[in-house]
Design a protein around this ligand. Structure first.
Ligand SMILES: NC(=O)c1ccc[n+]([C@@H]2O[C@H](COP(=O)([O-])OP(=O)(O)OC[C@H]3O[C@@H](n4cnc5c(N)ncnc54)[C@H](O)[C@@H]3O)[C@@H](O)[C@H]2O)c1
Length: 519
């Protein structure tokens, strides 16, 4: 079946040769999603498995069983290459195993490739029982699922979590917009109970002037440091003074009144360009301005790119407590440009690295494997951290349970920040020390040594000064009372096995804090 559609109707089709190609494991719903997307775009849907069966003149299953996998893969490659060469403007669903071919992977480079994720248990439920040759043994099936993930990830421009037709339909405008973003930009579709949104990761996104969503006037909120290095166009701009001291209700009032004076309406966009301070403040203003307008996060610090820009927590500090006034308000999009980090002060970058290590410990697997090697955070690492946070938030948007794992290292870290009046350590630096205490409390000595080496390599402090052990313990206890008497410790069994809500004995806590006390 050759696609004969207007080539300018699909993402990236300006050159007239791109197709939207869906890849993913068996049971991910590629065929249905391709039909849905094609119908929305008014183009043709192509299904490589159906086309292959047509050419073979028999079901894949019988050919596979008679001729063997190698013969099947050869025929599959031939057909897929032909389809991709002629797929201008179409939406193509590719057979799950076809991306194992290097020639197919090469041919995919000119197209917009979307990976549809699927939980292996759901995939097994959908794919087994139908006689598929590779879906007969659940253990092997799940292993194959694990083995294929890096292959899909390597070819995908965009990743959609499981979500069926609704997800592809909702994501289509963002997929279309990828064509306007700098070469190499990738997209992750973030889902949460209160809304789904695209996260674009691309070098040079800010300088390129890439803007998403396109509709609405853009009210850019930034700080004066960021404005100097990374000016972003908008109809209106406001730059606050940099620093946590400006994450206040008074600053929020300034921003809100500026929005009102400028005639901002609910259909307009607040665009937060900066670190976590600007992101939290501007997000909060967007949450409350006329009871809620959309906002876009453009994170420019490592902390913001791996953590604070995602998940919808917005807010400001009160003199009585950090982040004491706030709202959950998911962004309409996040534009993450690692090139922005080039102008960040080295100490800020190092402090952000603590969040990278923390997130990699939560994720385990390939992300931890990459982060433990050291090295500068690149697009893959930042994306891996963002995806880890997004996955945690998707499970528990409002901090009822699972989301608390993101507080790994924060119980002692917060106490150190607070005991030193928020003046001596950056948040990330204090969390790094807290992370070491958490690993001691977890009884993971080798991992603690490894993490302390990673932190030391960035010049981060491994011990705190300027407060006593008793000060810090008293503040941890105060946190505990606030949490209703339950010690809110997040502990690590191993990378990838991090759980909240652990009780810790007073003696153990004292020993762990003494160990990170530098006098
Ligand atoms: N909402 C969340 O889920 C969440 C998560 C973690 C942290 N946070 C919040 O984030 C805040 C900390 O964020 P942060 O560490 O990004 O601090 P920040 O926003 O204060 O930025 C740090 C400094 O870097 C400067 N800066 C930012 N980007 C720059 C760039 N590209 N080049 C040069 N200078 C640049 C800023 O002007 C500032 O001086 C805290 O208020 C914290 O509560 C929120």
């Amino acid at each position: 079946m050759e696609a004969r559609v207007a080539a300018d109707q699909v993402p990236g089709a300006r050159a007239g040769e791109r197709a939207l190609v869906l890849v993913g494991f068996m049971g991910a719903g590629k065929s249905t999603a391709a039909r849905t997307a094609a119908a929305e775009l008014g183009v043709e849907a192509v299904d490589s498995d159906r086309e292959l069966e047509r050419r073979l003149g028999e079901p894949i299953q019988s050919f596979f069983e008679r001729e063997g996998e190698a013969a099947f893969r050869a025929r599959e490659e031939e057909v897929v290459l032909e389809l991709l060469a002629g797929a201008r403007g179409a939406v193509v669903a590719l057979g799950g195993g076809s991306v194992q071919s290097e020639a197919v992977r090469d041919a995919l480079r000119v197209h917009t490739v979307v990976q549809l994720e699927v939980d292996p248990v759901d995939a097994w439920r959908r794919a087994s029982g139908g006689g598929r040759p590779l879906a007969r043994d659940q253990g092997r099936f799940e292993q194959l699922h694990r083995d294929r993930q890096p292959v899909y990830a390597a070819v995908a421009d965009a990743v959609l979590p499981p979500g069926g037709r609704d997800a592809i339909r909702a994501a289509l405008p963002a997929l279309m917009a990828l064509a306007e973003a700098p070469e190499g930009t990738r997209l992750v579709w973030a889902g949460s109970a209160s809304g789904a949104y695209p996260v674009f990761f691309g070098h040079g996104l800010i300088a390129s002037g890439f803007a998403y969503p396109a509709e609405g006037r853009r009210f850019v909120v930034t700080d004066s440091n960021v404005a100097r290095h990374h000016p972003v166009d908008g109809q209106e701009r406001m730059a606050i003074e940099p620093g946590e001291e400006r994450k206040t209700l008074a600053a929020a009032e300034d921003v809100l009144r500026w929005l009102a004076r400028s005639g901002a309406e609910r259909g307009d966009l607040v665009v937060a360009v900066g670190g976590g301070v600007v992101g939290d403040l501007a997000g909060f203003c967007a949450a409350v301005y006329q009871r809620g307008m959309r906002h876009v996060q453009v994170p420019t610090t490592l902390v913001a790119q791996v953590d604070s820009a995602y998940g919808g927590k917005t807010g400001v500090d009160l003199p009585e407590g950090k982040n004491y006034a706030g709202a959950y308000h998911q962004p309409a999009a996040v534009l993450c440009d690692p090139a922005a980090l080039a102008t960040l002060e080295p100490a800020e970058l190092a402090a952000g690295h603590v969040e990278v290590v923390k997130t990699a410990l939560i994720a385990g697997g390939p992300l931890w494997a990459r982060v433990r090697q050291g090295g500068e955070p690149d697009l893959d690492t930042i994306m891996g951290c963002a995806r880890t946070k997004l996955a945690v938030v998707a499970e528990d948007e409002r901090d009822a349970g699972r989301r608390q794992v993101l507080n790994l290292g924060h119980t002692v870290g917060h106490a150190i920040e607070s005991a030193t009046s928020y003046a001596r350590y950056r948040h990330g630096e204090a969390v790094g020390i807290g992370l070491l205490a958490a690993l001691r409390l977890s009884g993971r000595d080798a991992l603690r040594t490894e993490v302390s080496e990673l932190l030391a390599a960035r010049g981060l402090p491994l011990t705190f000064e300027g407060a006593t052990v008793d000060d810090v313990i008293a503040l941890v206890e105060r946190d505990k009372k606030r949490a209703g008497g339950r010690v809110p410790f997040v502990l690590v069994e191993a990378p990838g096995e991090v759980t909240p809500g652990h009780h810790v004995d007073a003696d153990q806590l004292r020993a762990a804090v003494e160990e990170v006390h530098g006098g």
